[in-house]
Design a protein around this ligand. Structure first.
Ligand code: FAD
Length: 448
């Protein structure tokens, strides 16, 4: 029996896709920049079917690329050439919310929007939110340790995962969905899978912490004369109600306004903008107003409490990805530096782009409380040289080459900038221990 026949007997003929036109949607990433040919796409509907599909691929010596919502931005979820794509879309079971523990068990293929709606229906919420919420899956978010808009309040995916269930390349199932908040029985296997980008095992389900629903919100946009002034404002904003501190710059906001036909936030443009959100059980407008009043260097500000006005303010920040995409396919680099180094890093990035790609268009935005910048460059020319310059600037500031998107294939060549030789040896040893045959996502995270 050849591999396709084995996959068909594992999951059924309708869930093994080989036709070029049907497979094409699984072969390119969200930006269209990263793509490759898949041998086939297999869509198992249960943990046992995942195991059977993996055993078939391992037996045939064909590598497997796990894929969730395919919103990843570093090429870890799309084939490089000749792999089987294992899509988790059918692993979409969502158990009833366990109110006693404040947790829920979700299949790896459950979309973030569905998870949040499910939690909200039970009077709770899920702590991670990101703009790709309609497509990004629980498994993909765990595998990339996704962050997003509310990390300052609830932490990244790592902080939400209580347990994972996963299947090794040899078909054995590991992990627990019991939801034990206390368990000091040795190594944290679920912790090892968070951020593993499909290189160690295929996550089939997750036990997730839920957070209180925060029905009352207040949002402000603040204009500053410099990034230093915006960074200096962060301590005054911190507190139990703080839910978001997003940063963007005058050129990006002007681009969003032109793209979406929005009026500028203020009569006079400001070099730097912060979008700040407070959320709680009761209206946090007064607390946000007080925090803002205590900040020096605010050139202008707007405060919104009703949903329509809040959405209007968020549009200046959330419109960036779409507006940049309308200019062309950008080189996207998601990085983090210690927040206190954010202004120095911004200056270094602007200098690096001006030197390496003088004609390129740079648009920066990000999550300032975590020092997380999204560096978008349209018309970069020599993308490798530009990525090299930007990621070296990150390393020089003591930062991370990946804040929340993962390393994938796109950044694997630069892992050495922020992981020592001893740490890279450990990475390789962990990979060998979980996946000795090298079946799962070769070339992702750990350079070939
Ligand atoms: C418009 C837009 C906005 C975004 N905003 C954010 C943001 O604010 N914060 C953020 O963190 N990310 C953001 N992202 C990136 C992306 O949404 C996240 O990386 C997300 O976690 C990917 O989930 P996915 O289901 O699409 O995974 P995929 O793209 O399908 O896969 C991502 C990686 O996870 C692996 N993987 C997927 N499923 C499994 C599984 N079940 N088991 C093992 N490995 C698996 C894949 O092999 C791959 O390496 C954004 C993306 C877009 C397009």
């Amino acid at each position: 029996m050849d591999l396709i026949d084995r996959l068909v007997s594992a999951v059924g003929a309708e869930h093994v896709l080989t036709g070029r036109d049907v497979v094409a949607g699984y072969e390119a990433d969200w930006t269209g920049r990263l793509r490759g040919r898949a041998l086939a796409v297999v869509r198992p509907g249960s943990r046992d079917e995942v195991a059977a599909a993996l055993v078939a691929c391992a037996g045939a010596g064909v590598p497997v690329v796990p894929q969730g919502g395919n919103t990843g931005l570093v090429g870890g979820g799309v084939p490089r050439g000749g792999e089987v794509v294992l899509s988790t879309v059918r692993l979409a079971a969502l158990d009833a919310v366990d109110r006693t523990s404040g947790q829920v068990t979700a299949g790896a293929g459950v979309r973030l929007a569905a998870l949040r709606a499910h939690a909200r229906a039970a009077g709770l919420d899920f702590g991670v939110d990101l703009a790709a919420r309609d497509s990004a899956t629980v498994g993909g978010m765990a595998a990339t340790n996704a962050g997003g808009l509310r990390v300052v309040r609830f932490g990244p995916m790592r902080a939400q995962v209580v347990g994972l269930e996963a299947v090794l390349a040899d078909g054995r199932a590991v992990g627990s969905l019991a939801g034990l908040e206390k368990d000091s029985t040795g190594y944290d296997l679920a912790g090892a899978l968070v951020g593993s980008e499909g290189t160690l095992a295929v996550v089939t389900a997750a036990r997730l912490r839920l957070v209180p629903a925060l029905p009352a919100r207040a949002t402000a946009v603040l204009g500053f004369g410099s990034t230093e002034a915006a960074v200096a404002a962060v301590p005054a904003l911190r507190g139990p109600l703080l839910t978001a501190v997003e940063v963007c710059f005058d050129d990006g906001v002007a681009l969003v306004c032109a793209h979406r036909g929005l009026a500028a936030p203020f009569r006079r443009p400001c070099p730097v903008y912060l979008l700040v959100e407070y959320a709680g059980e009761h209206d946090p407008t007064d607390q946000l107003g007080e925090a803002v009043a205590g900040i020096a260097g605010v050139l202008d500000s707007a405060l919104a409490t009703d949903e329509v006005s809040r959405r209007r303010l968020w549009a200046y920040r959330e419109g960036h990805t779409e507006a940049v995409g309308a200019l062309g396919v950008p080189l996207k680099l998601d990085v983090a530096v210690p927040p206190a180094r954010a202004a120095a890093f911004e200056a270094a990035v602007r200098a690096a782009v001006a030197e390496v790609a003088p004609g390129a268009r740079l648009v920066l935005f990000g999550h300032l409380a975590e020092g997380n910048f999204h560096v978008n460059v349209v018309g970069a020319g020599d993308e490798h040289a530009l990525a090299d310059a930007v990621l070296r600037a990150v390393a020089a500031e003591g930062g991370s080459i990946s804040a929340e998107h993962g390393v994938g294939v796109a950044k694997a060549p630069w892992l050495h900038l922020t992981r020592s030789a001893a740490e890279r040896d450990l990475y390789a040893g962990i990979k060998r221990a979980w996946d000795p045959g090298g079946v799962l996502n070769p070339g992702v995270l750990i350079p070939r």
